[in-house]
Design a binder for this molecule. Structure first.
Ligand code: HEM
Length: 527
């Protein structure tokens, strides 16, 4: 063979060997969970919980379906690797309580997700903060605005916002004569409640540019921050490469700082000029800025996270409510019979009526079970190695509350896929009270998460949902539009989920409805 021929043959051999080595390395990397589960142990020989044999790049749409089938195969505590990250998935109430509540000191942190915590929230905001003093301080400050006392102070305003939502739906549907898509109106309702609590302001119509802007920001946040949604979160090398998605994350951060930062500056200017400003989160933060050592970005992100946490979730739940009722006329009829009997038709329900209307309450709880906005809550993160019932959970593991599987447990919720409010008829507790029950199997549902990171907006959300859902039932009949089926299975959003866009007919139930709806006007007030 000529010299050239030998060199060519050797080059081909080298290329083949290199390719083979690469394939073997990649194969070993993706199949390494088999070995890791066998050989990584704690000092007592406990191994990492069972789970699928391969590493995954990420899970996209409807990740809960994959988790549910793995839970059936591997049990109530299983593990998966997403790139370099180990996840442990909890699919049972008792395990959730044992880990998140009883051992909350170890299971209450957050992973520094690249997209969510580093690019978008830049290490701030309660939801993305690791467990520790800063998180404690920020949560304490934020919950001042969400406490029962603050809720009482805002009771009339929340009642008014619910009225304005009813009126907006009525007007948008040309007084009940044309079908409507409720996304913008329900979004504005939830937004106004959050704006009032955090900035002391409200939008006065659907055309206010802040409505479209804030709803776009929350939707973008939900699209970009799912616990499994971004391959870039799990393969660190990709974080150094510019990608369109990374650019979207940076843009979202800039838009949030621009939107909420300018509202913050306006508020501060008024305060400094000695003008009267309303009691709200921003006021508390600015008054305590020095003593609490808060910088400008802390304040901006703390207030922005109210709109991120409290808008999409609440408006999504109301949309699920409206989407569900047309296919359940018998449930509507039963609820409306209860409303007519207990409240009558001369006034509509208020917050004081809640515990006198058990069936309407039961509908809302059933909705929260079957249409929880976050099927994986917000992932927790371990700060120490831990061993539990023969399983080893290392430090820096992401721990997921698998609400989808828990909410479809046949023993706790017989016939779990059917929408059946009767299962909650005897439940006289609020979601907040129920979350504190010592028996985790008795808890109503897990839609608000668990343990030290449980949703601090739970009481606010319950009040918002009650006011709207009870009044919707009191005011309207619900009908789907012919040839426009409403899907209750598909949804939008990779983090929080909302129904696919749909239209519905909302027609007033009786003549007196319009009188009540017309009895208040949308006013631009600054409290
Ligand atoms: C139906 C409405 C809502 C649902 C289903 C919901 C659900 C959740 C869930 C599942 C978590 C994660 C809990 C965990 O890590 O275990 C959470 C956290 C949070 N929620 Fe909500 N939420 C709702 C409304 C609200 C509202 C109205 C606010 C008001 C500001 C809010 C603010 C927050 C905040 C700040 C966190 C982060 C807590 C932390 O990391 O310490 N949420 N929520």
């Amino acid at each position: 063979m000529s010299l050239v021929g030998t060199v060519v043959t050797q080059s081909i051999n080298l290329a083949l060997k290199t390719t083979l080595a690469c394939i073997l390395l990649i194969g070993a990397y993706f199949l390494s969970p088999i070995a890791l589960r066998r050989f990584v142990k704690d000092k007592d020989g406990n191994t990492i919980p069972p789970g699928p044999p391969t590493r995954y790049a990420y899970l996209r749409k409807y990740a809960e379906r994959a988790l549910d089938s793995w839970a059936k195969q591997y049990g109530d505590l299983f593990s998966i690797w997403m790139g370099s990250q180990l996840f442990v998935i909890i699919s049972d109430p008792q395990v959730a309580k044992d880990l998140f509540v009883t051992n909350g000191a170890i299971f209450s942190s957050r992973k520094r997700y690249f997209m969510k915590s580093q690019v978008i929230l830049r290490g701030r905001a309660i939801t993305g903060s690791p467990y520790g003093n800063t998180w404690r301080q920020h949560r304490r400050l934020a919950t001042l605005a969400l406490s029962p006392k603050s809720m009482e102070g805002h009771a009339d305003i929340m009642d008014y916002e619910a009225h304005m939502l009813m009126k907006a739906l009525y007007e948008e549907s040309q007084r009940g004569t044309t079908p409507l898509n409720t996304t913008q109106a329900t979004g504005r309702y939830a937004l106004n409640n959050m704006l009032i609590l955090s900035f002391g302001i409200r939008t006065t119509s659907l055309d206010d540019p802040l409505v479209a802007k804030a709803l776009r920001l929350t939707m973008e946040f939900m699209e970009l921050t799912g616990p499994w949604a971004n391959v870039i979160d799990f393969f660190e090398i990709l974080q150094y490469i510019p990608t369109p998605k990374k650019a979207r994350g940076h843009q979202l951060y800039a838009d949030m700082v621009d939107t909420y930062g300018s509202m913050l500056l306006q508020f501060k200017t008024k305060m400094l000029a000695g003008e009267e400003v309303p009691d709200c989160l921003i006021k508390t933060l600015l008054e305590n800025q020095e003593s609490e050592k808060l910088d400008w970005e802390d304040i901006c992100m703390l207030s922005a996270v109210f709109t991120l946490g409290g808008v999409h979730s609440v408006s999504g739940m109301i949309q699920w409510f409206i989407a569900t009722l047309p296919s359940h006329p018998e449930i509507c009829a039963k609820a409306q019979e209860e409303l007519d009997r207990v409240i009558g038709r001369d006034r509509w329900p208020t917050i004081e009526d809640e515990f006198n209307l058990p069936y309407v309450r039961a509908i809302i709880k059933e909705l929260e079970r079957l249409h929880a906005p976050f099927w994986n809550a917000t992932p927790h993160f371990t700060t120490e190695d831990f061993s539990y019932k023969g399983h080893y959970i290392p430090k820096d593991t992401v721990v997921i509350l698998n609400c989808y599987t828990i909410h479809h447990n046949e023993i706790r919720y017989p016939d779990p896929f059917s929408f059946n409010p009767d299962r909650y008829l005897d439940d006289g507790l609020s979601c907040n009270e129920s979350s504190k029950l010592s028996d985790p199997m008795a808890r109503d549902h897990w839609a608000f998460g668990a343990g030290r990171r449980i949703c601090p907006g739970i009481q606010t959300a319950e009040r918002e949902l009650w006011l709207v859902c009870s009044r919707l039932l009191w005011s309207f009949n619900f009908k789907s539009v012919p040839n426009e089926p409403i899907s209750l299975e598909e949804y939008d959003g990779l983090s929080g989920r909302t129904p696919k866009p749909f239209r519905v007919h909302l027609t007033p139930r009786f003549e007196g409805v319009s009188k009540i709806l017309d009895s208040a006007e949308d006013v631009p007030f600054y409290l």
